[in-house]
Design a binder for this molecule. Structure first.
Ligand SMILES: Nc1nc2c(ncn2[C@@H]2O[C@H](COP(=O)(O)OP(=O)(O)O)[C@@H](O)[C@H]2O)c(=O)[nH]1
Ligand SMILES: Nc1ncnc2c1ncn2[C@@H]1O[C@H](COP(=O)(O)OP(=O)(O)O)[C@@H](O)[C@H]1O
Length: 405
């Protein structure tokens, strides 16, 4: 907590439209949520290096609260606007970016984390707007064919799916590349990253640490792709318990003998490692049937048949293959603008004072396809790029716009 400069407090005590640009602070924006809290979003130091920070001004005590911030902050901004979508979420419309960001201030997840940290909490979230598709979690014992099925999916639908590249402390196999198959990491580094809340989930598997970083999912969703996670049953359980909404698929072998045969024929593990993986497979196969954990169980007997079944349950037909992702257009939002929200529309008034009488310059963002969000889910995947539906008033044709400050 800290004291605010008097003039700044005065600004915040009064009534103001959401998205007020604080003149005294250059690129800070204040958004009022509920009766007492004002979230101040933006740079605190130099205007030129406008990174996005969040502070909360509590009107009832006239004190500043520095919240615990979860999730990955957006990259430095070229300008931004912000508006409360509801009592739970604030939308941040960024400059120089195709993605919409939002932070959560009062969702069930945030309330849970507030209790855990004993502080105010805000959680960055992405992909709250747009046609989101749930991420896909694929689990199953080592050697069952998860990697093979995922590769086929990514090969056939390169613009639809993206692989969440996990971190692991295990050594790379001959054909594996750092940053592509895994981020190969020192245990001490990964443990520190886990402490720093950088992971959506993690687990110790076959004697090594594996984990999905929030960033790994974001990298995929920021490209407008549906995220695929290849994680073990413990990881699936963690994700299931989190507020990330995903589709959970468990892959089974036709028999234990066949699993062993595949594991051996892959030729990537030592005998000792094979024994460990087979031992763990027994537990994993039992857990695959845990009620409420997996949405679908697929038996990978004949590879092609299993792949067809996988595509079917993901709703993939011929039309998906040919879906074209629209190319975004840019809209320029000047630093000085006013934002307001009416029903499902956000109005951004970019009219310069000298234009006021002649040609009002308004941009409308359509929130009708707004989705929920949570850190990590945060980063909900999309079938198209993470765009806001927007149109300029006077031109009622709807476009997908990228916002440029
Ligand atoms: N929880 C969790 N498990 C992971 C992650 N990445 C991989 N795994 C799981 O770790 C296990 C071992 O993976 P790996 O060493 O690549 O062996 P493979 O499954 O035999 O190819 C598999 O069950 C993976 O699904 C992760 O980020 N989190
Ligand atoms: N349906 C299948 N029938 C026979 N072999 C398979 C089948 N699916 C996968 N394989 C083979 O089994 C081995 C293990 O598959 P992989 O995708 O690496 O498993 P995982 O990622 O689950 O550990 C690979 O050599 C792969 O080519």
């Amino acid at each position: 907590m800290g004291e605010a400069p008097a003039f700044f407090e005065d600004d915040l005590q009064g009534d103001f439209p959401n998205g007020l640009l604080l003149k005294s602070k250059g690129c800070e924006t204040a958004v009022s949520v509920g009766c007492n809290k004002t979230y101040v979003i933006g740079a605190t130091e130099k205007e030129s290096a406008c990174t996005i920070g969040v502070r909360i001004f509590d009107k009832s005590t006239s004190k500043w609260v520095i919240p615990t911030v979860l999730g990955t902050k957006p990259k430095p901004l070229g300008g931004h606007s912000a508006i409360a979508l509801d009592e739970d979420r604030i939308l941040v419309i960024k400059g120089n970016s195709t993605s919409d960001d939002c932070f959560l201030v009062n969702t069930a997840f945030v309330r849970e984390q507030k209790a855990r940290f004993g502080t105010e909490v805000v959680a960055w979230s992405k992909g709250v707007i747009g046609k989101s598709e749930k991420p896909i979690v694929i689990s199953g014992p080592s050697g069952v064919g998860k990697g093979t099925l995922i590769s086929k999916l990514m090969e056939e639908f390169p613009s639809t799916f993206g692989f969440s590249v996990s971190h692991t402390t295990r050594a790379p196999r001959n054909n594996e590349r750092n940053g592509v198959h895994y981020h190969f990491t020192e245990r001490s580094v990964m443990e520190q990253d886990i402490k720093d809340e950088k992971f959506l989930e993690f687990a110790a598997v076959h004697g090594n640490l594996y984990g999905t970083s929030i960033e790994a999912v974001e990298v995929v969703t920021d490209r407008g792709k549906r995220c695929i996670l290849d994680i073990d049953v413990q990881g699936a359980r963690s994700v299931r318990a989190s507020s990330l909404e995903a589709v959970f698929i468990f892959i089974c072998p036709p028999s234990f003998e066949e699993l062993e045969k595949r594991l051996r024929s892959r030729g990537t593990e030592t005998e000792e490692q094979i024994q460990k993986r087979l031992q763990n497979a027994k537990t994993e196969l039992e857990q695959g049937n845990s009620p409420g954990l997996f949405d679908h169980i697929l038996v990978n007997d004949d590879l092609e048949k299993c792949y067809e079944n996988l595509k079917k349950l993901l709703g993939l037909g011929e039309c998906v293959k040919t879906t074209k992702i629209p190319v975004p257009k840019l809209v320029h939002i000047p630093l000085k603008h006013a934002v307001s929200k009416i029903d499902q529309k956000i109005l951004i008034n970019c009219t310069a004072p000298e234009q006021e009488k002649s040609a009002p310059n308004m941009i409308v963002l359509d929130l009708s396809s707004t989705k929920g969000g949570a850190p990590g889910r945060t980063r909900e995947a999309k079938t198209g790029p993470p765009l806001l539906q927007a149109y300029a008033l006077g031109n009622r044709d709807m476009h997908n716009f990228q916002i440029e400050a």
